[in-house]
Design a protein around this ligand. Structure first.
Ligand code: AMP
Ligand code: MG
Length: 692
């Protein structure tokens, strides 16, 4: 038997709807995929749970994945009951029998009445007991007083499972009887709908295996502050998903044709060992370790924003040389734009509008062209005027040259013509004294135009921020050089240098150092001499070879930011000789995303600029993804046919995906079920100031 791709464990409940807020003694479910255990999911009632499970199985089956679905209630009753009730020894006949009779809704179900009915068929004092309702039910004893049961009290497995309850008891603390009556009909529907196989009654040769589990087999009391059921499903899910295929096969190999069995009974040590085993080496090295507080991206950005201030020096620059620099102060217009009223077209100018009908005017000598000092036009006269010409005195309206005839020094046209037509008013764009450039703005081509138009010759700007880039790692060799065995070419440094150029900073190549603390110290010293800020990549975690972290820690300024982001890894932040250091992850994808999301706005502020938030756009997804809650995710993406498509692999070493992408899709902290058409936030690389 091949191993399972997905493990689902459900802690069932016989109670009614428990409301929207997660509580204990409700239904809890947990999933592990490919050995990675997700957070438990709260399911407020059985109907919600059944839909949720069905949706999961739909997805897993569609993806060709096999699912082990564990449920924490007995799959069968003690020997003899099944035949007595249904006429067959096949427990699945009992599942079907119950499915046909149990009525269940979020507010009420008929399990006590049904149990009374069954009891009456057996004489009326057993096998079921306990009544959770106010009213009496004929044949259903409320307590064990007067209770008689002609069937065994326990299944064979329960006589071995210390502390287990009998399925005859329908309620009261720890009882499981209600779960069986409400659970088996659901399992029966899953069998029918998905061709699921029930263990140990059928061979597990389909996509879904329904398996009986019992958390108390290996679990004691939950840790302080945890919801017991949530903790239990997670632990059991982890244990089952971590089992070696042979071990699982041995556990599944039981003979219990009628009553069923508890998975792992007799193998408790192995099950518990699987639960406690360190997580398997995973493809996804960014999985969040349990129990660590991860800072949401927005909080991290807010904290970063608070801690950063401009460091770049200030100097005067002429407008023509200021493009690309950041304004160090607000700049006001010294002159209005336009400075004087002027003609917007080539035509004939005069005073006032004209009504409908034919109009004729005497033309004055000469013309008014752009650059001419404005003359004067007598009342009732018109003047030939060209685009951009300052309006002469006595002119406030221009008629288009295409709309007139000129004969014998007279201009004729048909009205109406609105007063002021085809002219531009003084200051209609900018008034003298308006702020035309705000402190912190990076001056672009259009700003240079505006400043010039408004009579500004010089502006005070920040010197370019010099940012050193340093790669760390023994495995790195220089791009283009011959790589020794075990070496890879340094991909981050060329990338980061170019990113910085795109952000408008002055990149400084700080070189490459191996995993050697003294050499790294010397490299940081050198970088801090020449640069205003330092970006390092690699060695930023807390491992043996994470020398960036170690050195920054020595300075006492180090903070390891655990940010809930994928791709991520802790971001080491600190100061080296007063210069801010961003210790980026080594993985190129993580290094780029962290640079775009965290380093870019921070560097912008250091450079004297504003805190930059990349402009994103809500667009329809062109992909499907199930995103788990708890961290933001940035996917390499691009727009095609109006939809955001994402790179096939999320592996953070996949540099080809970075190159393929033209932007990022940002997914928020919440869990998300994305299907084609779901709105997602797309941030084009252009929003980060990048060219592609
Ligand atoms: P580190 O953050 O040092 O643990 O490195 C994480 C991963 O990124 C390792 O697989 C490194 O080999 C890889 N890596 C580190 N620096 C670079 C780099 N400059 N270019 C390409 N890969 C790198
Ligand atoms: Mg390294």
């Amino acid at each position: 038997m091949s191993a399972f791709d997905t493990v689902l464990v459900v802690d069932w409940s016989g109670g009614n709807d428990r409301g929207p807020t997660p509580v204990k003694d409700a239904i809890w479910a947990c999933i592990a995929r490919d050995g990675r255990t997700e957070e438990p999911v709260y399911l407020r009632n059985r109907q919600v749970a059944e839909d949720w499970i069905a949706a999961l199985l739909d997805r897993e089956i569609a993806a060709g994945r096999r699912t082990l679905a564990g449920f924490d209630f007995p799959f069968g009753y003690p020997k003899g009951f099944c035949r007595a009730l249904t006429g067959s020894d096949d427990p699945l006949a009992l599942w079907s029998w119950l499915e046909a009779r149990v009525e269940d809704s979020p507010q009420a179900n008929n399990r006590f009445d049904l149990a009374g009915e069954i009891n009456r068929g057996f004489g009326g004092s057993g096998p079921f007991w306990f009544n959770g309702l106010q009213r009496d039910i004929d044949g259903l004893p409320k307590t064990k007083d007067g209770y008689r049961n002609s069937f065994p009290e326990r299944r064979a497995c329960e006589t071995r499972a210390k502390g287990s309850f009998t399925c005859w008891q329908l309620g009261g603390s720890g009882a499981v009887g209600g779960q069986v009556l409400t659970g088996l009909p659901v399992l029966e529907r899953l069998r029918r709908r998905f061709g699921a196989r029930a263990w140990p009654f059928e061979p597990l040769d389909a996509h879904v295996a329904l398996i009986e589990v019992w958390p108390s087999l290996i679990l004691g009391k939950e840790p302080e502050g945890r919801i017991r059921d949530a903790w239990q499903v997670r632990e059991i899910t982890r244990a089952l998903s971590a089992l070696a295929p042979d071990t699982l096969a041995a556990m599944l190999d039981v003979e219990a044709p009628e009553e069923g069995w508890i998975l792992g009974l007799g193998h408790e040590a192995a099950l518990d060992a699987a639960r406690r085993a360190p997580p398997l080496l995973r493809n996804d090295c960014f999985a969040l370790p349990p129990g660590v507080d991860w800072t949401p991206v927005s909080d991290a950005l807010a904290m970063l924003r608070q801690k950063i201030a401009p460091v770049a020096a200030v100097a005067q620059a002429t407008v023509s040389s200021a493009a690309g620099r950041i304004a160090a102060e607000d700049v006001t217009a010294r002159r209005a734009n336009p400075p004087h009223p002027n003609a917007a077209v080539d035509g004939y100018g005069f005073a006032g509008g004209r009504d409908e009908g034919h109009h004729e005017m005497q033309l004055v000598e000469g013309r008014a062209a752009a650059g001419d000092a404005p003359g004067a036009v007598p009342a009732g006269h018109a003047v030939r005027i060209l685009t951009g010409a300052a309006l002469p005195q006595g002119v406030d309206t221009v008629v288009l040259q295409e709309d007139v005839t000129v004969t014998d020094g007279r201009v004729a046209f048909r009205g109406p013509v609105r007063a002021g037509a085809n002219t531009r008013k003084a200051g209609e764009d900018v008034q003298r004294g308006d702020v035309v450039l705000h402190q912190g703005r990076r001056i672009g081509a259009a700003d240079a135009a505006l400043l010039s138009a408004c009579g500004v010759a010089e502006v005070s700007v920040h010197a370019p921020l010099r940012v050193a880039v340093l790669s760390t790692g023994d495995e790195l060799c220089e791009a283009g050089s011959e790589a020794a065995p075990g070496q890879i070419h340094d991909a981050n440094r060329p990338m980061l240098l170019e990113l910085l150029r795109g952000f408008g900073h002055d990149p400084v190549d700080g070189g490459r150092v191996g995993d050697d603390r003294d050499r790294l110290r010397a490299a940081l010293d050198a970088a801090s001499e020449t640069a205003d800020a330092i970006l390092t990549s690699g060695g930023a975690s807390a491992g043996d070879e994470d020398h960036v972290s170690a050195l920054l820690t020595e300075t006492g300024s180090m903070a390891l930011w655990r940010i809930a982001v994928k791709p991520g890894r802790p971001l080491a932040l600190g100061l080296w000789r007063g210069k801010p250091v961003f210790g980026l992850p080594g993985n190129p994808v993580a290094a780029m995303v962290c640079t775009l999301i965290f380093a870019r706005p921070a560097l912008s502020v250091l450079a004297g600029g504003v805190w930059t938030e990349p402009q994103g756009f809500m667009v329809p997804a062109g992909f499907s993804k199930r995103k788990k809650p708890g961290r933001s995710e940035f996917l390499r993406a691009r727009m095609r046919d109006g939809k955001a498509e994402v790179f096939a692999s999320e592996g953070s070493g996949r540099i080809s995906g970075l190159s393929w992408a033209e932007g990022l899709v940002e997914l928020p902290m919440d869990g998300m079920e994305i299907a084609p058409g779901t709105p997602v936030r797309y941030i084009p690389f252009g929003s980060f100031g990048l060219r592609s």
